[in-house]
Write a protein that binds this ligand. Structure first.
Ligand SMILES: C[S@@+](CC[C@H](N)C(=O)[O-])C[C@H]1O[C@@H](n2cnc3c(N)ncnc32)[C@H](O)[C@@H]1O
Length: 221
């Protein structure tokens, strides 16, 4: 008698709901296990799937160039910083309020960018100007959408302020924003200071996430 082979389950990995695990954690785990970007990040040895967002942004907007000086704001755990080092081999500074494991070729700085002292200290460390300011800064989500939105937009404005203070003429800026894109105050600020402004949601950014990126090129001053 021919034994029927058990069908191989090629469907999505399912996560059993453990008694103590919240439904939201189960959903998160299930999404992680089935996310092709998570799998690719693991196989390529990247620190997080966020690396692919920058790779996709750079494919479209050609922001990263050899020997640039780059400021990466909200850099932890460091997957963007690693991509920047790989693609520029220039001076790369990654800043976050959280600590990060060392990255060869990058200066990692632990500052809360909201603090005025951080601005002054960073200014001394940079000791000149930079060619590109990137920000993937995000606050911890509360689940209350208006609060998360306001906080992330506040961080994008903060990042734009750093860019305006530290960029060389002709430099570029890219920041995470929420929903439709840069809100009015930020957009006005960018229009005053850059000649080219675009919005982009890279495919690696989850569809259900309100996250989006604003890319501003050719700093005027
Ligand atoms: C989405 S993560 C960045 C991921 C990173 N681009 C990567 O590829 O590994 C957002 C980061 O923003 C940082 N952040 C949020 N507010 C900050 C602040 N005020 N100062 C510095 N970093 C901040 C968080 O600590 C967090 O590590």
């Amino acid at each position: 008698m021919i034994k029927k082979k058990k069908p191989i389950n090629r469907l999505k990995e399912k996560v059993k709901t453990a008694k103590k695990r919240k439904a939201s954690s189960t959903r998160w785990l299930q999404r992680q296990l089935n996310d092709p970007y998570v799998k690719r990040a693991q196989s390529e040895g990247r620190r997080s799937r966020a690396a692919f967002k920058l790779i996709e942004i750079d494919k479209k907007f050609k922001l990263l160039k050899m020997k640039q000086t780059v400021l990466d704001l909200g850099a932890a755990p460091g997957s963007w910083t690693e991509v920047i080092v790989e693609r520029t081999r220039g001076r790369v500074m990654g800043v976050d309020k959280l600590p990060m494991d060392a990255i060869d070729g990058a200066e990692l700085l632990q500052f809360d960018l909201m603090d005025q002292e951080s601005f002054e200290e960073l200014k001394n460390i940079i000791d000149g100007k930079v060619d590109l300011v990137l920000s993937d800064m995000a606050s911890e989500t509360t689940g209350h959408k208006p609060t998360d939105h306001i906080r992330t937009q506040g961080l994008a404005e903060l990042a734009a302020d750093y860019a305006i203070n530290f960029l060389n003429p002709g430099g570029a800026f890219c920041s995470k924003v929420f929903h439709g894109g840069a809100h009015d105050i930020l957009l006005k600020l960018l229009k005053e200071n850059f000649t080219e402004i675009k919005h982009y949601k890279p495919p690696a950014s989850r569809k259900e996430s309100p996250e989006n990126y604003v890319i501003a090129k050719n700093f005027k001053k």
